[in-house]
Design a protein around this ligand. Structure first.
Ligand code: SF4
Ligand code: SF4
Length: 187
């Protein structure tokens, strides 16, 4: 394990190329990313602060910062950065590194639960089913959530098992929920 910057370049480099990740070093703390961040308007997310923390090698602090997970990956900062810092991709790689070390936020882990249960990050709910029926459609479209497509849903689950994603989010196959999570999503 190197510094956080080195890990971002090495790990993110496999996906985006090292030069892409090395743009983090170009950050001049101008704040344009933070100023235009729609998520930061309503949350504690301060994009430039995250980058400064990363460059200062504050690994534990950044991995434990709830705001790391508040970025909606809208790419506004990515388009606006005057120094060409590949902001959103860097945030995603920092998240991946944090997740590998067991720091994924509960809402993000819950998305994994939905995919494991239905094959969808955003499953269709009772209201949408009623709407579909009201316009003459079958209540559920023919996707992995449909009871007739259990085999395809099992294929999705196999991908999770094979990649150990179920272990990474601490998924309990008996309750089909996060381990220790009660019905309704509460710990
Ligand atoms: S806009 Fe770019 S240079 Fe300015 S603080 Fe954000 S990442 Fe750094
Ligand atoms: S990509 Fe994330 S950090 Fe950048 S502006 Fe959008 S929400 Fe904010």
């Amino acid at each position: 394990m190197g510094t956080l910057y080195e890990d971002i370049v090495a790990y993110g480099g496999e996906v985006f190329g090292e030069e892409h990740m090395e743009t983090l070093r170009e950050c001049v703390q101008c704040g344009k990313c933070t100023g235009g961040c729609p998520s930061g308007r309503n949350t504690a997310l301060r994009t430039r602060k995250l980058f400064q923390m990363a460059l200062l090698d504050l690994r534990e602090e950044i991995f434990n910062a709830p705001e790391l997970w508040f970025c909606s990956t809208c790419f506004t900062c990515y388009e606006r950065c005057p120094k060409g810092v590949k902001t959103t991709d860097i945030i995603r790689i920092i998240r991946n590194l944090a997740a590998k070390e067991g720091h994924m936020s509960v809402p993000h882990r819950m998305i994994g639960v939905y995919v494991l249960k239905t094959g969808h990050a955003v499953p269709i709910g009772p209201d949408q089913m009623k709407l579909r029926e009201a316009v003459g459609l079958e209540s559920q479209p023919p996707t992995t959530q449909h009871p007739k497509n259990k085999e395809q849903l099992e294929q999705v689950r196999t991908i999770f098992r094979t990649t150990n994603y179920d272990a990474m989010i601490d998924f309990d196959w008996e309750t089909m929920n996060l381990r220790g999570m009660k019905k309704g999503g509460k710990k």
